[in-house]
Write a protein that binds this ligand. Structure first.
Ligand SMILES: Nc1ncnc2c1ncn2[C@@H]1O[C@H](COP(=O)(O)OP(=O)(O)O)[C@@H](O)[C@H]1O
Ligand SMILES: [Mg+2]
Length: 332
């Protein structure tokens, strides 16, 4: 995928996240319980995203993808860690926006589409009333809708149209960075590709940078420059898209990818069987010590319980957090 807006070599990243943690107080199981428990939804994430880059984020439900996205755009205050945006630690809310999974829940039903889309401009004091109206009409056209739709209400529209409205709203304050959190998961399959195409076109038009969260591994492959794999609050593997899909190394990535045909299998003759993921992701209230994946990993050894494996550089921008990967051949 060649695009005009790829980050130049050596350019500082637009987004630089270091040691990010987001913990929530857990609802206690018993009303009388005094025990304070913590959900470690995001538990030590390092992530840099270059200007104009799209980074895909995959992983089973409950791994912390949404929490990571929401914390980066500061819908949540980080528990610990650093989020640098454009070289600054202070959040610039106008420049970071979010597209939500549920286009029904994310739009205020009592506001007109025009007011919904122009609200970020009002909040950030952008333009006069008529300038904002013109911008609303332009944005509606850019997401493939009719400017007349500005007068109507969300309930008059389909899920796909509501997601287009959500995209127009996110773009109205001219952000540089957007978290797209499963933006097509709630939509009919027949219109998913249209919404992805709109997000791609707008990315190229405005030179946007995306963190793109999705379940659909083929779509993630299509849209992303790099892809990160998340497991229980951490990124366990990250690499340029074709490198990751052609040469996944972490046992969790291999297991995830083995659900799609022809991806994640070893070259013929290497004899590795397809790995299937058994059971659920363990609770982030009490995650396994060391490598959190060890309780489901077919290769796990004693040493995996000792300490959390760091993301190690494998060259070609490929990082893997596994103490066994590469250091030994997989069992027959
Ligand atoms: N506001 C919250 N309060 C308490 N726990 C939460 C909250 N949001 C998410 N969690 C928990 O954090 C974990 C990660 O959730 P989430 O970020 O939604 O994962 P994903 O998007 O990968 O499915 C889950 O165990 C979820 O139940
Ligand atoms: Mg989510």
């Amino acid at each position: 995928m060649s695009r005009h807006n790829r980050p130049a070599v050596g350019e500082a990243p637009l987004l630089d996240v270091r040691g990010l943690k987001k913990y929530f107080p857990a609802r206690s199981r018993s009303f009388f319980s005094k025990e304070k428990r913590t959900v470690k939804a995001v538990d030590g994430v390092d992530l840099s995203i270059g200007r104009g880059e799209t980074v895909g984020l995959v992983g089973e439900s409950g791994c912390g993808k949404s929490t990571l996205g929401r914390t980066i755009v500061r819908l949540y205050e980080p528990t610990e860690g650093e989020i640098m945006f454009s070289g600054k630690a202070a959040p610039d809310r106008r420049k970071m926006q979010m597209i939500f999974q549920d286009p029904y829940a994310s739009l205020n039903p009592r506001m007109t589409v025009g007011d919904i889309i122009s609200e970020p401009m009002v909040i950030h004091g952008i333009g006069t009333r008529s300038e904002r109206m013109n911008r609303v009409h332009d944005l509606l056209r850019q997401v493939g809708m009719n400017p007349d739709h500005a007068m109507r209400y969300p309930h008059e529209f389909s899920g796909g149209q509501r997601q287009r409205i959500g995209i127009a709203r996110a773009l109205s304050a001219e952000p540089e960075f957007m978290v797209c959190d499963e933006p097509i998961s709630a939509l009919d399959v027949s219109i998913q590709a249209q919404v992805v195409n709109i997000l791609e076109d707008l990315r190229d038009l405005y030179g946007l940078t995306y963190l793109f969260i999705a379940h659909d591994l083929s779509m993630i492959r299509h849209i992303s420059d790099r892809v990160g794999v998340m497991y229980l609050g951490r990124i366990v593997e990250i690499a340029p898209t074709e490198e990751l899909y052609g040469n996944p190394e972490h046992p969790y990535t291999k297991a995830l990818f083995s659900s799609i045909p022809r991806i994640g299998r070893q070259k013929e003759g290497e004899g590795e069987r397809r790995i299937t993921l058994k059971g659920d992701v363990p609770s982030p209230i009490d995650p396994p010590s060391g490598c959190a994946f060890r309780t489901r990993c077919p290769h796990a050894e004693k040493l995996c319980a000792d300490r959390v494996p760091a993301l190690a550089d494998r060259g070609a921008g490929h990082y893997v957090a596994c103490r066994l990967c590469g250091s030994q051949s997989p069992p027959p």
